[in-house]
Write a protein that binds this ligand. Sequence first.
Ligand code: SAM
Ligand code: SF4
Length: 469
Amino acid sequence: MTKTVHIKTYGCQMNEYDSARMADVLAPLGFAPTARADGADMVILNTCHIREKAAEKVFSELGRLRALQAARARDGGRMLVAVAGCVAQAEGEEILRRAPNVDLVVGPQAYHRLPEMLARLTRVGGGGVLDTEFPVNTKFDHLPESVTPPGASAFLTVQEGCDKFCTFCVVPYTRGAEYSRPVADIVAEAERLCANGALEITLLGQNVNAYHGAGAGVGTDGDSWGLGRLIRRLAEIPRLQRLRYTTSHPRDLDAALIAAHADEPKLMPYLHLPVQSGADAVLKAMNRGHTADHYRHLVDRLRRAVPGIALSSDFIVGFPGESDRDFAATLRLVGDIGYAQAYSFKYSPRPGTPAASIAAQVPDALKAERLAMLQACLADQQAAFNDASIGRTLPVLLERRGRKPGQLVGRSPYMQAVHVAAGDEALNGIAQVRIAGAGPNSLAGELATEHGVSATPPADRHMATEAYP
Ligand code: SAM
Ligand code: SF4
């Protein structure tokens, strides 16, 4: 009999990838994915621990699930509840203590063992089962081939974990040490994704450009491939039309990767390159390992290589000790760079990280004030970037239906969301779209030609070297 599993994903794209892999692991046990928690045989919360708010959401969701579990029990059934992801890793024991309705707690490096955990749960009958080991053999060697159709735009994790230890960040503790998957495994997975309909692949890693995977002659000296070389190899897959990668660290943006941006047309002209702060004293206290000018210099090199490249970043405001002058330096850096879009957050002290115990914490009201100023500035830049698209014709990968009938939504090469009046025949293809309007967060346009859709557009449709006005 088919059972159902509802997986709710919080946080980053790596969690989205992991959720799809968990569905693959559970499929052979007869679990089919369902969009509703209500009535499901199993609910998995795939959690994020990066900021306090993200972690808190898990406990309130567990409270809501208790009512659904009780309703299921009244009907004579059972709803299992599992907590996966980074909150599971960081707070496993605490979850089982605070939320006795949780049956399974599984860390991000252990979810390939879900079937064993379910068997153990059946054997022991009650009490939660916990697995938050960082296994020596990586989970990738034990994951089954994907059974979930990827869609036109797919994620592929190539690197996990982080050795950088930024003083604000929990990732090195929840995801463990840096690990790069071998080239051959990645190529095989990318080929499968493309054979199943993917036209775009986003390579994922907490520190994706630190990628250093084993090439063909595994174990031999000098056989470690960087991200630039991996991208060039993946670009050889004929059906694959677009490549992206996220998230990058400025310290690992090497010449080979910049060169790949310059001359690999399938690599999209967009880069998310988090800087966090524009003040050298703050960057030092964050242990970022670069200065604001080093970042400016990198951006200059990138823009010389790809004049039209669109840039995005993450910012943290109110890091302990951040002065008014430091914050002004961040605004200056934003003005110098000119972002197409960006994410910004108030610093959130994370238990166990060095910055959480710095005495000079910034009051919340001041963090909020600075965040509002920064976001206003970033919003202006994003609006200007979007406005400048009006009148251009851009190749758009139409990934899903819009809210309105007869509307599809996709992404421009620069990661802008584009709403297009088009029928379902254009879905999952790349269309030439004339941009007619721009809002703060998206563009609107129409198909440039009657037959503007192609599953395999010629390489010259990419805008990799077109200068952004
Ligand atoms: N590896 C990426 C890098 O080096 O920039 C970032 C990964 S992290 C999952 C995503 C973003 O969350 C970070 O870039 C940072 O801006 C933000 N972040 C991480 N820890 C934070 C904290 N304690 N408080 C606020 N924001 C945080
Ligand atoms: Fe966290 Fe990124 Fe720093 Fe690693 S490099 S510690 S993931 S912010």
